[in-house]
Design a protein around this ligand. Structure first.
Ligand code: OGA
Ligand code: NI
Length: 338
C-alpha cells in the first residue's frame, strides 16, 4: 500500500514555504518574470488535410509541438473530461482518492499518485503535482473499475475520450508520415500496437513558485502526446534556449512530438522539451493522452530516411532507463545517437 504524501495535502497545510524536497536546484528554477512570448506556437487547422500536411511538417521541424483546431473531437468532450478531473481532485475526500492510489514502486502504474520517478527516496527533487493515470489502450488493459466512480459518468467519459484521442493520434501520425513523403502508415507501423495512457495532472497553488516546478523538464517518451489544459497558464516549451509559455486555448488540442517519433523520423522531427511551472494563486489542470509502442517493440529510424542517426532500442528498456535515471531534458534520447 502506498504511503507517499500528496502535494494537495502539503498545499492545504497552508505552509508559507515549500518542503525542501520540492526545491529545484538553482539552474532548474523557472524565471517567472520572463515567461517569453509563445504566441507564435503554430496552430494547424485540420479541416483540410492538404494544407494541414504542410503546416504540420513546418511545425514538426521547427517546434516539435503545435495546436490543432477543427480536430473532430467534440468540444463538449474536452470540457467534460476537464470538469471530471477537477471534480475528482477538488471535490472527492482524500480517503476516497486514496482508494485509487497507484503502486508507487512501479513505473506509470494506474491510479492516483504524485511521484513520477522511481529513484531513491532522498535524492530526487519532487514535482509539485498530483495525477491520475488511466490505462485505456489496448482494450485488454482497460479496466474502468480502477477509475473513480464519481461523478457517475466518469468512467464512460474517460473511455470515450480515449477512443477519440486515439483516432486523432492515428490521423496525425498519418499526416506526419506524409509530410516527410513517407506512406501514410509508416510511423504507425513502426510504432506497432498503440498503448494509450490518459494522465490527468493537478497542480495545486504553490507558496513558492519561483523555487519549484509542477513537472520537471522532459520530452515525452512515447510516439505522440495530445494535451489539453484548463485556462490557467503553466505549460512551457523549450525553444531556441528559452522557455516559452504555451497559451491555454480551450478548444484546441496541443500535439507534442515524443521521443519515439524523433527516432522513427531519424531526427528530422525533434521531440518537444517541456515542463510545467506553478503559481501561487490558482490550481491548474491538464489532461495528457500518451500514445506509445508496446514494451517489446523495437524502434529504429525508418529505412527510407537512412543512414540512421539513432540506434535501435527496445521500447521497454527505454522506459525503464527513463524512470530510473530521470529525464533531465532529453538525455535518454541523446544516449541513442550513433
Ligand atoms: C506530461 C506533461 C504538462 C502539463 O504529463 O507529460 O508534460 O501541462 N504535462 O501538465
Ligand atoms: Ni510531458
Amino acid at each position: 500500500m502506498e504511503t507517499a504524501s500528496r502535494v494537495e495535502l502539503i498545499a492545504k497545510g497552508g505552509l508559507s514555504e515549500v518542503p525542501s524536497q520540492y526545491i529545484q536546484p538553482p539552474d532548474a528554477r523557472p524565471n517567472l518574470h520572463n515567461a517569453g512570448d509563445a504566441a507564435q506556437i503554430p496552430t494547424v487547422d485540420l479541416s483540410s488535410s492538404d494544407s494541414a500536411r504542410e503546416a504540420i511538417g513546418d511545425a514538426c521541424r521547427n517546434w516539435g509541438a503545435f495546436h490543432v483546431i477543427n480536430h473532430g473531437v467534440p468540444i463538449n468532450l474536452l470540457d467534460r473530461i476537464r470538469a471530471l478531473g477537477r471534480s475528482f481532485f477538488q471535490d472527492s475526500p482524500m480517503e476516497e482518492k486514496l482508494r485509487y492510489a497507484c503502486d508507487s514502486t512501479s513505473a506509470a502504474s494506474e491510479g492516483y499518485g504524485s511521484r513520477m520517478l522511481l529513484g531513491a527516496k532522498d535524492d530526487v527533487v519532487l514535482d509539485w503535482r498530483d495525477y491520475f493515470d488511466h490505462h485505456t489502450f489496448p482494450i485488454s488493459r482497460r479496466n474502468p473499475s480502477r477509475w473513480p466512480i464519481h461523478p457517475p459518468d466518469y468512467r464512460q467519459v474517460v473511455g470515450e475520450y480515449g477512443d477519440e484521442m486515439k483516432k486523432l493520434a492515428q490521423m496525425l501520425l498519418g499526416l506526419i508520415s506524409e509530410s516527410l513523403s513517407l506512406p501514410c502508415s509508416s510511423i504507425e507501423e513502426a510504432v506497432g500496437e498503440i498503448y494509450q495512457n490518459i494522465t490527468v495532472s493537478y497542480y495545486p497553488p504553490c507558496p513558492q513558485p519561483e523555487l519549484t516546478l509542477g513537472l520537471q523538464s522532459h520530452s515525452d517518451m512515447g510516439a505522440i502526446t495530445l494535451l489539453i489544459q484548463d485556462d490557467v497558464e503553466g505549460l512551457q516549451l523549450y525553444k531556441d534556449a528559452q522557455w516559452l509559455t504555451v497559451p491555454p486555448i480551450s478548444d484546441a488540442i496541443l500535439v507534442l512530438i515524443a521521443d519515439q517519433t524523433e527516432i522513427i523520423t531519424n531526427g528530422i522531427y525533434k521531440s518537444a522539451e517541456h515542463r510545467a511551472v506553478t503559481n501561487a494563486n490558482r490550481a491548474r489542470l491538464s489532461v495528457a493522452t500518451f500514445h506509445d509502442p508496446s514494451k517489446s517493440a523495437r524502434i529504429a529510424p525508418v529505412s527510407q530516411l537512412s543512414p540512421p542517426f539513432y540506434k535501435e532500442v527496445v521500447y521497454g528498456q527505454y522506459v525503464s532507463s527513463w524512470y530510473s535515471k530521470g529525464p533531465e531534458g532529453k538525455r535518454n534520447l541523446d544516449a541513442l545517437l550513433c
